[in-house]
Design a protein around this ligand. Structure first.
Ligand code: BES
Ligand code: MN
Ligand code: MN
Length: 462
């Protein structure tokens, strides 16, 4: 891998410039007004894969945004790595909170990233991390050191539920045949504490609508006499957690797999400073389910959170009105073996049952996804661990993640393949938030580490 590493160090500046170009295209999958940019991003990814030396570069059309496929099969008897990533990004809203425009990337230093970080929507999630794979592949190709076969599958709908990728995977078992799926769409603990994500939470996401009277009413004439849907919604939402912050939906925890004391003790070895955590978020103290630590609450335990709530008058000044309707968007993060559909149904029945007299409730489910765990005794974990140790000089820690990548469970079901989650972002990189960024250290470390994974994995699998 020496020529590969030399190629990387000689091309760092170009690798950065190319990523910045990719970040300038606003590939927001959730907002149809960006459709042409999302498609343009797929073209750009395909172009870069071609330049890197991939064969069979295809822009596979779907009912939504295209999936970019490419491969390099050097010898059918060698192992095959399937790289998954996404080129779509979250909306930049609220744009007023960005220090610089979301799609005009700039490099600035921060306390955590003294070598500089790229500020732009998608810098970390996932354009920056996806592009590390394109550049690592290019480097192995140019150095003539690609040790195995590789396939790329880069989608444009991850942030909106990967509906069409699910169909693509179902229909293309042969095309996607591989020995492992390699994903960089997660994080690690710190730049001097590398870690490998060994689990993702599932997701159940619902929108609720509470209706009271058939029209908006004068709050003086009718206030106190009819159910106010906003008051009702606030009460209903508040009742979803008890005084110990356990979720009150009957049956919600029935299928949760509890970790053994040994597993929890092992988890507790990962460094975590509550003080630093609180300082970074400017909060007095943490909050969450009784009996669990903050890292546990954020990974091995299920949660329920309101993501948005609205209704009534929110304009300038005061308008005295009782709204007819109130709304909320609610996410539930799930852990093995909770089933998203089952949880959505439990929520739906419970939420309807607690609606006060004089209100009706409508629950609309959005996209969800199943949780996933990946083993730490696999060859791919071993290879990844060795790769991190090689480039970071310290052995990575296995860590269960809190976010969701629903397609990981789907890969396992459909292709019978486990994923290895080699993420290089940090929790503080503000993904999905204003001022998202990705450290240059992290970007380059990723590009350097990936080729070692290829090489160790190929050797171990022989
Ligand atoms: N890359 C994230 C998921 C992630 C981030 C996992 C950090 C672990 C650590 C992904 O793009 C994402 O945002 N997923 C969504 C779910 C999806 C169905 C919209 C999420 O977790 O909210
Ligand atoms: Mn992502
Ligand atoms: Mn995301």
């Amino acid at each position: 891998m020496n020529n590969t590493q030399a190629f990387i160090s000689e091309n760092k500046e170009r690798f950065l410039e190319e990523l910045l170009d990719l970040l300038r295209i606003p590939s927001v999958s959730a907002d149809p007004s960006f459709a042409s940019d999302v498609n343009k991003t797929a073209d750009e990814v395909a172009k870069r894969l071609t330049e890197a030396g991939a064969d069979n570069v295809e822009i596979c059309q779907t009912d939504g945004y295209p999936i970019v496929y490419a491969d390099k099969i050097i010898d059918a008897s060698l192992p095959t790595i399937l790289v998954y990533g996404h080129y779509d990004v979250q909306p930049a809203d609220p744009i007023g909170l960005w220090d610089s425009p979301a799609f005009e990337p700039v490099v600035k230093t921060t306390d955590i990233h003294p070598d500089g970080a790229i500020f732009a929507r998608g810098a970390c999630d996932d354009k920056g991390q996806m592009f590390m794979h394109v550049k690592a592949f290019e480097s192995m190709m140019k150095a003539d050191e690609l040790p195995c076969n590789v396939k790329f599958m880069i989608e444009g709908e991850e942030e909106v539920g990967s509906m069409n990728l699910g169909i693509f995977v179902k229909n293309n078992h042969e095309k996607l045949k591989a020995d492992v799926i390699l994903v960089s769409d997660t994080g690690m603990l710190a730049n001097d504490v590398p870690s490998i994500t060994t689990g993702l939470r599932g997701l159940s996401y619902v929108e609720v609508e509470v209706t009271g009277p058939n029209r908006d009413l004068h709050s003086g004439l009718y206030g106190g006499c009819v159910a106010n849907p906003i008051n009702a919604l606030a009460k209903m939402v508040a009742s979803l957690h008890d005084e110990n912050n356990h979720i009150t939906i009957p049956g919600f925890y029935d299928k949760v797999v509890d970790l053994s004391d040994e597993e929890r003790a092992e988890m507790a070895k990962a460094p975590f400073s509550k003080e630093a955590y609180c300082t970074a978020l400017n909060i007095e103290d943490v909050m969450g389910e009784a009996g669990y630590s903050t890292p546990e609450r954020g990974s091995i335990r299920p949660t329920l959170d309101v993501n948005g709530i609205w209704g009534g008058y929110i304009g300038e000044g005061a308008k005295t009105v009782i709204a007819s309707k109130a709304y909320a968007k609610i996410s539930m993060r799930l852990v093995p073996d909770q089933d998203p559909e089952e949880i959505t149904n439990l929520f739906l029945n419970h939420f309807k049952s607690i609606a006060p007299t004089g209100t009706t409730v409508k629950v609309t489910p959005h996209h969800g996804g199943e949780p996933a765990v990946t083993p730490i005794d696999s060859l791919s974990y071993k290879a990844a661990s060795m790769a991190y140790e090689k480039t970071f000089g310290t052995k990575p820690i296995p860590v269960r993640g809190g976010g969701s990548i629903p397609i990981v469970a789907m890969f396992e079901k459909e292709l019978g393949l486990k994923s290895i989650l080699m993420g290089f972002g940090l929790d503080s990189d503000a993904i999905h938030s204003p001022n998202e960024h990705f450290g240059l250290f992290n970007y380059y470390k990723g590009i350097e580490t990936i080729p070692y994974f290829y090489s160790y994995f190929s050797t171990l699998l022989k």
